[in-house]
Ligand binder design. Structure first.
Ligand code: AFP
Length: 322
Protein backbone atom coordinates (compact mmCIF):
# COMPACT_ATOMS: atom_id res chain seq x y z
CA UNK A 1 0.00 0.00 0.00
CA UNK A 2 1.20 3.49 -0.81
CA UNK A 3 1.87 6.22 1.69
CA UNK A 4 0.34 9.68 1.37
CA UNK A 5 3.45 11.74 0.62
CA UNK A 6 4.64 9.73 -2.42
CA UNK A 7 1.09 9.89 -3.81
CA UNK A 8 1.00 13.68 -3.40
CA UNK A 9 4.44 13.97 -5.02
CA UNK A 10 3.33 11.82 -7.91
CA UNK A 11 0.26 14.05 -8.27
CA UNK A 12 2.63 17.01 -8.74
CA UNK A 13 1.54 18.78 -5.55
CA UNK A 14 3.76 21.70 -4.55
CA UNK A 15 6.24 20.84 -1.77
CA UNK A 16 5.01 23.66 0.52
CA UNK A 17 1.45 22.41 0.15
CA UNK A 18 2.54 18.85 0.94
CA UNK A 19 4.22 20.12 4.12
CA UNK A 20 1.07 22.04 5.03
CA UNK A 21 -1.12 18.97 4.58
CA UNK A 22 1.34 17.07 6.79
CA UNK A 23 0.95 19.71 9.48
CA UNK A 24 -2.84 19.37 9.45
CA UNK A 25 -2.55 15.59 9.52
CA UNK A 26 -0.14 15.68 12.46
CA UNK A 27 -2.85 17.47 14.42
CA UNK A 28 -5.45 14.99 13.15
CA UNK A 29 -3.43 12.03 14.47
CA UNK A 30 -3.35 13.57 17.92
CA UNK A 31 -7.14 14.16 17.75
CA UNK A 32 -7.72 10.60 16.47
CA UNK A 33 -5.77 9.23 19.41
CA UNK A 34 -7.70 11.26 21.97
CA UNK A 35 -11.02 10.33 20.31
CA UNK A 36 -10.12 6.64 20.47
CA UNK A 37 -9.42 7.03 24.21
CA UNK A 38 -12.86 8.63 24.75
CA UNK A 39 -13.79 8.97 28.40
CA UNK A 40 -10.30 7.82 29.39
CA UNK A 41 -8.78 10.92 27.76
CA UNK A 42 -11.17 13.22 29.64
CA UNK A 43 -12.33 14.82 26.41
CA UNK A 44 -16.08 14.09 26.55
CA UNK A 45 -18.65 16.64 27.70
CA UNK A 46 -19.15 20.38 27.30
CA UNK A 47 -17.31 23.51 28.39
CA UNK A 48 -19.23 26.41 29.91
CA UNK A 49 -18.70 28.51 26.76
CA UNK A 50 -20.51 29.14 23.48
CA UNK A 51 -18.76 29.53 20.14
CA UNK A 52 -19.30 32.31 17.62
CA UNK A 53 -22.34 30.44 16.25
CA UNK A 54 -23.97 30.55 19.71
CA UNK A 55 -23.52 26.77 20.13
CA UNK A 56 -22.29 25.19 23.35
CA UNK A 57 -18.65 24.22 22.89
CA UNK A 58 -17.60 20.68 23.64
CA UNK A 59 -14.23 20.06 25.27
CA UNK A 60 -13.09 18.29 22.12
CA UNK A 61 -14.15 21.27 19.92
CA UNK A 62 -11.84 23.50 21.93
CA UNK A 63 -8.98 21.02 22.07
CA UNK A 64 -9.12 20.24 18.35
CA UNK A 65 -9.27 23.92 17.45
CA UNK A 66 -6.31 24.74 19.66
CA UNK A 67 -4.19 21.89 18.33
CA UNK A 68 -4.81 22.63 14.66
CA UNK A 69 -4.43 26.38 15.12
CA UNK A 70 -1.13 26.15 16.99
CA UNK A 71 0.38 23.69 14.54
CA UNK A 72 -0.70 25.78 11.54
CA UNK A 73 0.71 28.97 13.05
CA UNK A 74 4.12 27.27 13.28
CA UNK A 75 4.05 26.72 9.53
CA UNK A 76 5.59 29.66 7.65
CA UNK A 77 3.54 28.98 4.53
CA UNK A 78 0.33 29.92 6.38
CA UNK A 79 -0.70 33.57 5.96
CA UNK A 80 -4.05 33.45 7.75
CA UNK A 81 -6.42 31.01 9.38
CA UNK A 82 -10.20 30.89 9.71
CA UNK A 83 -11.88 28.41 12.02
CA UNK A 84 -15.50 27.69 12.75
CA UNK A 85 -14.57 28.12 16.41
CA UNK A 86 -12.88 31.54 15.99
CA UNK A 87 -14.84 34.74 15.58
CA UNK A 88 -12.17 36.52 13.53
CA UNK A 89 -9.39 35.65 11.13
CA UNK A 90 -6.21 34.56 12.93
CA UNK A 91 -3.10 36.18 11.45
CA UNK A 92 -0.29 33.88 10.39
CA UNK A 93 2.92 34.80 8.53
CA UNK A 94 2.66 37.88 6.30
CA UNK A 95 4.62 36.22 3.47
CA UNK A 96 2.87 32.83 3.66
CA UNK A 97 1.56 31.44 0.36
CA UNK A 98 -1.63 29.87 1.72
CA UNK A 99 -4.71 30.57 3.79
CA UNK A 100 -6.41 27.72 5.63
CA UNK A 101 -10.00 27.33 6.84
CA UNK A 102 -11.19 24.46 9.01
CA UNK A 103 -13.97 23.03 11.09
CA UNK A 104 -11.93 21.39 13.86
CA UNK A 105 -14.67 19.05 15.02
CA UNK A 106 -17.70 18.48 12.81
CA UNK A 107 -20.64 16.66 14.38
CA UNK A 108 -20.00 17.67 18.00
CA UNK A 109 -23.27 16.18 19.19
CA UNK A 110 -21.83 12.75 18.34
CA UNK A 111 -18.80 13.12 20.63
CA UNK A 112 -20.51 11.89 23.76
CA UNK A 113 -22.30 8.99 22.04
CA UNK A 114 -19.22 7.46 20.41
CA UNK A 115 -20.54 8.38 16.96
CA UNK A 116 -18.83 9.59 13.80
CA UNK A 117 -17.09 12.96 13.99
CA UNK A 118 -14.53 14.64 11.79
CA UNK A 119 -12.20 17.51 10.93
CA UNK A 120 -12.78 19.39 7.67
CA UNK A 121 -10.11 21.61 6.09
CA UNK A 122 -9.46 23.61 2.96
CA UNK A 123 -6.49 25.54 1.54
CA UNK A 124 -6.65 28.56 -0.77
CA UNK A 125 -3.91 30.69 -2.29
CA UNK A 126 -3.26 33.84 -0.21
CA UNK A 127 -4.43 37.07 -1.85
CA UNK A 128 -1.84 39.76 -2.57
CA UNK A 129 -4.41 42.54 -3.00
CA UNK A 130 -5.66 42.65 0.62
CA UNK A 131 -3.94 42.79 4.03
CA UNK A 132 -2.47 39.48 5.13
CA UNK A 133 -4.70 39.29 8.21
CA UNK A 134 -7.89 40.63 6.58
CA UNK A 135 -11.05 38.52 6.49
CA UNK A 136 -11.13 39.40 2.79
CA UNK A 137 -8.38 36.84 2.30
CA UNK A 138 -11.25 34.35 2.53
CA UNK A 139 -13.54 36.14 0.10
CA UNK A 140 -12.74 33.70 -2.68
CA UNK A 141 -15.08 31.25 -4.39
CA UNK A 142 -14.66 27.54 -3.67
CA UNK A 143 -13.30 26.88 -7.16
CA UNK A 144 -10.07 28.54 -5.94
CA UNK A 145 -9.44 25.77 -3.40
CA UNK A 146 -6.00 24.21 -3.88
CA UNK A 147 -6.84 21.29 -1.66
CA UNK A 148 -9.74 20.13 0.49
CA UNK A 149 -10.23 17.19 2.77
CA UNK A 150 -11.69 15.69 5.88
CA UNK A 151 -10.57 13.23 8.50
CA UNK A 152 -13.36 10.96 9.64
CA UNK A 153 -12.83 9.62 13.16
CA UNK A 154 -14.91 6.45 12.95
CA UNK A 155 -14.20 2.77 13.57
CA UNK A 156 -11.03 3.56 11.60
CA UNK A 157 -9.70 7.05 10.92
CA UNK A 158 -9.92 8.00 7.26
CA UNK A 159 -8.52 10.89 5.28
CA UNK A 160 -10.47 11.87 2.18
CA UNK A 161 -8.51 14.37 0.11
CA UNK A 162 -8.37 16.11 -3.23
CA UNK A 163 -5.53 18.38 -4.29
CA UNK A 164 -7.37 19.33 -7.46
CA UNK A 165 -7.27 15.81 -8.91
CA UNK A 166 -9.30 12.75 -7.95
CA UNK A 167 -10.87 12.39 -4.52
CA UNK A 168 -8.73 9.78 -2.80
CA UNK A 169 -9.22 7.93 0.47
CA UNK A 170 -6.45 7.03 2.92
CA UNK A 171 -6.68 4.99 6.13
CA UNK A 172 -4.68 5.83 9.23
CA UNK A 173 -2.45 2.85 9.97
CA UNK A 174 -2.11 2.80 13.74
CA UNK A 175 0.83 0.42 13.58
CA UNK A 176 3.16 2.98 11.98
CA UNK A 177 1.14 6.19 12.40
CA UNK A 178 0.80 7.12 8.70
CA UNK A 179 -2.04 7.45 6.20
CA UNK A 180 -2.06 4.73 3.52
CA UNK A 181 -3.88 4.98 0.20
CA UNK A 182 -6.89 2.67 0.32
CA UNK A 183 -9.02 4.08 -2.52
CA UNK A 184 -7.23 5.83 -5.38
CA UNK A 185 -10.41 7.30 -6.83
CA UNK A 186 -13.76 7.65 -5.09
CA UNK A 187 -16.69 7.62 -7.51
CA UNK A 188 -20.18 8.76 -6.58
CA UNK A 189 -22.70 6.55 -8.42
CA UNK A 190 -24.99 8.59 -10.72
CA UNK A 191 -28.17 7.36 -9.12
CA UNK A 192 -29.27 6.29 -5.70
CA UNK A 193 -32.37 6.30 -3.52
CA UNK A 194 -30.65 7.17 -0.23
CA UNK A 195 -31.41 10.52 1.34
CA UNK A 196 -29.44 12.16 4.13
CA UNK A 197 -31.68 14.84 5.57
CA UNK A 198 -33.03 15.77 8.99
CA UNK A 199 -36.70 15.00 8.31
CA UNK A 200 -37.70 16.50 11.67
CA UNK A 201 -37.21 19.91 10.06
CA UNK A 202 -40.06 19.28 7.59
CA UNK A 203 -42.39 21.75 9.32
CA UNK A 204 -39.80 24.54 8.92
CA UNK A 205 -39.10 24.00 5.18
CA UNK A 206 -40.49 26.04 2.30
CA UNK A 207 -43.70 24.78 0.72
CA UNK A 208 -41.84 23.58 -2.41
CA UNK A 209 -39.33 21.57 -0.40
CA UNK A 210 -42.16 20.00 1.59
CA UNK A 211 -43.98 19.22 -1.67
CA UNK A 212 -40.86 17.54 -3.08
CA UNK A 213 -40.58 15.25 -0.05
CA UNK A 214 -44.31 14.52 -0.13
CA UNK A 215 -43.67 13.13 -3.62
CA UNK A 216 -40.57 11.17 -2.56
CA UNK A 217 -42.23 9.62 0.46
CA UNK A 218 -45.75 8.96 -0.78
CA UNK A 219 -46.03 9.14 -4.57
CA UNK A 220 -42.87 8.84 -6.66
CA UNK A 221 -42.26 5.44 -8.29
CA UNK A 222 -38.61 6.36 -8.77
CA UNK A 223 -38.11 6.63 -5.02
CA UNK A 224 -40.35 3.72 -4.02
CA UNK A 225 -37.40 1.97 -2.37
CA UNK A 226 -35.78 5.04 -0.88
CA UNK A 227 -34.33 5.23 2.60
CA UNK A 228 -33.22 8.01 4.92
CA UNK A 229 -29.91 8.01 6.77
CA UNK A 230 -28.89 10.82 9.15
CA UNK A 231 -25.71 10.93 11.18
CA UNK A 232 -25.90 14.53 12.49
CA UNK A 233 -22.30 14.86 11.29
CA UNK A 234 -21.94 16.07 7.73
CA UNK A 235 -18.60 14.28 7.36
CA UNK A 236 -20.24 10.93 8.12
CA UNK A 237 -23.19 11.52 5.80
CA UNK A 238 -21.06 12.83 2.96
CA UNK A 239 -18.68 9.90 3.39
CA UNK A 240 -21.59 7.52 2.85
CA UNK A 241 -22.63 9.47 -0.26
CA UNK A 242 -19.05 9.40 -1.58
CA UNK A 243 -18.84 5.67 -0.93
CA UNK A 244 -22.20 4.44 -2.25
CA UNK A 245 -24.14 7.37 -3.68
CA UNK A 246 -27.16 9.25 -2.43
CA UNK A 247 -28.07 12.83 -1.75
CA UNK A 248 -27.27 15.01 1.28
CA UNK A 249 -29.53 17.99 1.92
CA UNK A 250 -29.61 20.76 4.49
CA UNK A 251 -32.01 23.31 2.99
CA UNK A 252 -32.70 26.75 4.42
CA UNK A 253 -35.67 26.84 6.78
CA UNK A 254 -37.88 29.21 8.74
CA UNK A 255 -36.05 28.95 12.08
CA UNK A 256 -34.22 32.00 13.34
CA UNK A 257 -30.62 31.80 12.11
CA UNK A 258 -31.40 29.16 9.47
CA UNK A 259 -33.01 31.49 6.91
CA UNK A 260 -30.04 31.02 4.56
CA UNK A 261 -29.28 27.48 5.69
CA UNK A 262 -27.40 26.03 8.65
CA UNK A 263 -24.10 24.86 7.21
CA UNK A 264 -21.11 27.12 6.74
CA UNK A 265 -19.92 27.87 3.22
CA UNK A 266 -16.25 28.14 4.13
CA UNK A 267 -15.74 25.27 6.56
CA UNK A 268 -18.31 22.71 5.39
CA UNK A 269 -20.05 23.36 2.05
CA UNK A 270 -17.04 24.34 -0.07
CA UNK A 271 -14.53 21.64 0.94
CA UNK A 272 -17.12 18.88 0.78
CA UNK A 273 -18.43 20.20 -2.56
CA UNK A 274 -14.96 20.02 -4.05
CA UNK A 275 -14.57 16.41 -2.86
CA UNK A 276 -17.99 15.49 -4.26
CA UNK A 277 -17.30 17.12 -7.64
CA UNK A 278 -13.87 15.49 -7.92
CA UNK A 279 -15.61 12.16 -7.36
CA UNK A 280 -18.08 12.79 -10.19
CA UNK A 281 -20.99 14.05 -8.07
CA UNK A 282 -22.79 17.38 -8.01
CA UNK A 283 -22.83 20.07 -5.29
CA UNK A 284 -25.36 22.89 -5.28
CA UNK A 285 -26.84 25.66 -3.17
CA UNK A 286 -30.22 27.16 -4.10
CA UNK A 287 -29.92 25.47 -7.48
CA UNK A 288 -26.47 26.97 -8.25
CA UNK A 289 -23.03 25.41 -8.23
CA UNK A 290 -21.79 25.92 -4.64
CA UNK A 291 -18.15 26.34 -5.67
CA UNK A 292 -19.01 29.51 -7.62
CA UNK A 293 -20.56 31.40 -4.70
CA UNK A 294 -18.57 34.50 -3.77
CA UNK A 295 -18.42 34.55 0.05
CA UNK A 296 -19.37 37.76 1.80
CA UNK A 297 -18.76 36.71 5.35
CA UNK A 298 -16.40 34.36 7.17
CA UNK A 299 -19.19 32.45 8.89
CA UNK A 300 -21.71 32.64 6.03
CA UNK A 301 -24.34 29.90 5.98
CA UNK A 302 -25.74 28.39 2.80
CA UNK A 303 -28.32 25.76 1.82
CA UNK A 304 -26.57 22.52 0.77
CA UNK A 305 -27.74 19.89 -1.73
CA UNK A 306 -25.03 17.51 -2.96
CA UNK A 307 -24.36 13.95 -4.02
CA UNK A 308 -25.33 11.71 -6.93
CA UNK A 309 -26.07 13.71 -10.08
CA UNK A 310 -29.50 12.11 -10.70
CA UNK A 311 -31.21 12.94 -7.38
CA UNK A 312 -29.49 16.36 -7.09
CA UNK A 313 -30.84 17.35 -10.52
CA UNK A 314 -34.23 15.90 -9.64
CA UNK A 315 -34.47 17.98 -6.44
CA UNK A 316 -33.25 21.19 -8.07
CA UNK A 317 -35.54 20.96 -11.06
CA UNK A 318 -38.55 20.27 -8.83
CA UNK A 319 -37.78 23.04 -6.33
CA UNK A 320 -36.20 25.77 -8.42
CA UNK A 321 -38.21 25.56 -11.57
CA UNK A 322 -41.46 25.34 -9.58
P1 AFP B 1 -22.11 20.39 15.05
O1 AFP B 1 -20.71 20.17 14.59
O2 AFP B 1 -22.29 21.71 15.72
O3 AFP B 1 -22.67 19.24 15.81
O4 AFP B 1 -23.03 20.52 13.74
C1 AFP B 1 -22.98 19.53 12.80
C2 AFP B 1 -23.56 20.05 11.52
O5 AFP B 1 -23.02 21.30 11.20
C3 AFP B 1 -23.40 19.08 10.37
O6 AFP B 1 -22.23 18.33 10.44
C4 AFP B 1 -24.65 18.23 10.42
O7 AFP B 1 -25.02 17.72 9.18
C5 AFP B 1 -25.68 19.21 10.95
O8 AFP B 1 -24.97 20.19 11.69
C6 AFP B 1 -26.70 18.54 11.84
O9 AFP B 1 -27.67 19.45 12.14
P2 AFP B 1 -29.01 19.03 12.93
O10 AFP B 1 -28.57 18.75 14.33
O11 AFP B 1 -29.87 20.25 12.81
O12 AFP B 1 -29.59 17.84 12.28
Amino acid sequence: MRRLIPVLKQDGVDTDLIMLVRTILAASKEIAFRVSQGELAGILGSTLNENIQGEVQKKLDVLANQLIKEMLLDDESVRAIASEEEEHVVAGHSTGRYIVAFDPLDGSSNIDVNGQIGTIFTVYPAREDVAYDSCQQFHQPGINQLCAGYILYGPSSLLVLSTGGPTRCYTLDLTHGGYLLTKAQMNVPRDSCEFAINMANYRHWSRVTQAYFDQVLYASERFRHSSVRWNAAMVGDVHRVLSRGGIFLYPEDARLGNETGKLRLLYEANPLSLLIEKAGGKATSSGRRTLEIMPKDLHQRVPVVLGSVGPVDDFNSAVFSA
